[in-house]
Each structure stands twice: as structure tokens, then as C-alpha cells.
Design a protein around this ligand. Structure first.
Ligand code: BV8
Ligand code: ZN
Length: 238
């Protein structure tokens, strides 16, 4: 794996760095990625963007819970990998490290990353469908209904057709527009508005680096493409 001298120099002196991650950063932890999930059935004959949609919460909330309960139980056995730990180390290295993730698995936080901007929510939280009260499901069951207002709870994740958490994208976009170095790690960059962040960084003059074993919709926009697994490539920056 060759990392250019230009990137090594930039990495050595950069102050403001933004990292955007997707399912690929958790692949080496055993978390299945989505690709191929888009058009094929992922759950009980349903496509991913059908079972994980706002419309499904309206139509069949118990089915949505079954899907996320299954994934949460699966995640329970999994731990962060070297990619998560390397990114966590970067928050000590750079004056301003912004970590933005599309992942709902919480593995960045488990690896020690703080202030993670979770664009699509977190699978370990439940949220009231009426008053918005949230409930942790880390080592505890969720209540059957909201303890504040008695209304049903839903997974605190952003489903297709739903707005991102208030301010999350705006903060990420603001950081992208002033960063010097932008790493895009393990994402197919097909889901918006998340996939728009590297474009914002690029337009603002940042050096954009992709880390992915495959080319993506974003590769042509990047200044440098590091073709490989995140858990093997990121530790090369130590
Ligand atoms: C919204 C949580 C406003 C739930 C998720 C503009 C154009 C077109 C469509 C739209 C648009 N704007 C909005 C849309 C609609 C839609 C969208 O983008 N659709 C896509 C499919 C075209 N967006 C939305 O609905 C968003 N909301 O826009 O609200 C609005 C509101 C009302 C009406 C209109 C607009 C909300 C999107 C969020 C949905 N929730 N997740 C759950 O998890 O179930 S999205 C989910 O899928 C993930 O969070 C992630 O974002 C995406 C999957 O992508 P990746 O993470 O990149 O994973 P993938 O498997 O695809 O790729 C993995 C990559 O890793 C691969 O490239 C692979 O090569 C690589 N890899 C593999 N191993 C490794 C590796 N890389 C490194 N190391 C390895 N070892
Ligand atoms: Zn409530």
C-alpha cells in the first residue's frame, strides 16, 4: 500500500481533519455491509430500504423492531477493529478531528471516539414516537411504551425518507467546509445527504482520501485512493 509523500506531509501538519465512515469500517468487526442489500431482500423478503423506511414504521412497527432487535443482538458479540482504534487515536493527534459516521453500531464510541456525529442515529437507543424521549438499550430492555407519555417507542435511527437528527448534518457540513484533510472510509457513497460531505470538503479545497477495497461513486472525486481494508490501511498512518 503506497501512501504518497504529499499525503504523509499533509497528515503530519494538518490541524482540521474530517473522517466520514460507512459500513465498511465495521466490516472487519464482522458487521455485514449493505451493498448488494439495496436491491436484494435482506429481511423476510424485504429490501433494506423498505424494512428500514419511515413508511414501515407507520405500517408495521413490530416488524421494524424485529429487524433492529436481530441486528442489535448480532452486534452484541462484536467489538471494534484496528480501524476504529486508529481513528480514535486521531482525536488526540489533530487540533480538530471531526468524526462523522453513517453507522448506527456504536463501535466508534466503543473504541474511544468522543463527539461522534451519528448522521443516521444509533441502534442502542429507542425513541418515543410522540414526545421524543429516548431510552438506552445498552445492557437493559426498553420499556414497552414511553414512560413520559405512554406512546409507542421506535428505534432511534434515521430511516429512509426521514430527516437526519437536527443539526447533525449542518455541523458535519460546516466542519467539512473548513477541513484541510478529509478521509472517506468504507462507504459506497450512495446515500444522501451523507454522501454529499466529501463533495463539500473538496469544493472547500480539502485533500480528499478514500480508503476502500473497491472503487466507489466517489473515487473519481478523490485526490488519493488507498485501495485496501480500513483495518489494514489506517494503522499505516501511525
Ligand atoms: C433524507 C440507518 C430528507 C438505518 C440508513 C438525493 C438523491 C437520491 C436520493 C436521495 C437524495 N436525497 C435523499 C434521498 C433519499 C435517500 C437516499 O439517499 N437514497 C439512496 C438509496 C439513493 N436518503 C434518505 O432517505 C435520507 N433522508 O434525505 O431526508 C428527506 C426527508 C423526506 C423526504 C425527502 C427527503 C436518510 C438516509 C438514511 C437512511 N438510513 N441507515 C439502518 O441502518 O437500517 S442508510 C444506511 O445505508 C447506512 O447508514 C449508510 O448510509 C447506507 C449504506 O451505505 P454504506 O455505509 O456506505 O455501506 P455499503 O454497504 O453501501 O458500502 C460499504 C462500503 O465499504 C463498500 O464500498 C465496500 O467496498 C466497503 N468495504 C467493505 N469492506 C471494507 C470496506 N471499506 C474499508 N474496509 C473494509 N474492510
Ligand atoms: Zn413519549
Amino acid at each position: 500500500m503506497h501512501i504518497s509523500a504529499e499525503l504523509r506531509q499533509l497528515f503530519a501538519r494538518a490541524k482540521r481533519v474530517l473522517v466520514l465512515t460507512g459500513a465498511g469500517v465495521s466490516a472487519e468487526s464482522g458487521v455485514p455491509t449493505f451493498r448488494g442489500g439495496g436491491n436484494t431482500a435482506v429481511w423476510k423478503g424485504m429490501r433494506f430500504d423498505v424494512i428500514s423506511s419511515a413508511e414501515m414504521v407507520e405500517r408495521d412497527l413490530p416488524a421494524v423492531w424485529e429487524w433492529f432487535d436481530y441486528r442489535r443482538d448480532f452486534l452484541n458479540e462484536l467489538t471494534p477493529n484496528p480501524a476504529h482504534f486508529e481513528i480514535a487515536r486521531w482525536q488526540e493527534r489533530f487540533a480538530e478531528l471531526t468524526l462523522v459516521t453513517q453507522n448506527i453500531d456504536g463501535l466508534h464510541q466503543q473504541a474511544g471516539s468522543r463527539e461522534v456525529i451519528e448522521l443516521h442515529g444509533n441502534i442502542w437507543r429507542a425513541r418515543c414516537t410522540a414526545c421524543g424521549a429516548t431510552y438506552s438499550m445498552v445492557q437493559q430492555q426498553r420499556p414497552d411504551a414511553c414512560l413520559e407519555c405512554g406512546e409507542p417507542l421506535r428505534p432511534d435511527v434515521v430511516l429512509f425518507g426521514e430527516m437526519l437528527p437536527p443539526g447533525a448534518f449542518e455541523l458535519a457540513a460546516a466542519r467539512a467546509s473548513v477541513c484541510e484533510l478529509c478521509f472517506v472510509v468504507g462507504t459506497s457513497a450512495l446515500v444522501y445527504p451523507a454522501a454529499g460531505l466529501p463533495e463539500i470538503a473538496k469544493a472547500a479545497g480539502a485533500y480528499v482520501v478514500e480508503v476502500n477495497p473497491e472503487r466507489t461513486a466517489l473515487s473519481s472525486l478523490c485526490d488519493e485512493v488507498l485501495t485496501g481494508k480500513a483495518g489494514e490501511v489506517l494503522p499505516l498512518f501511525q
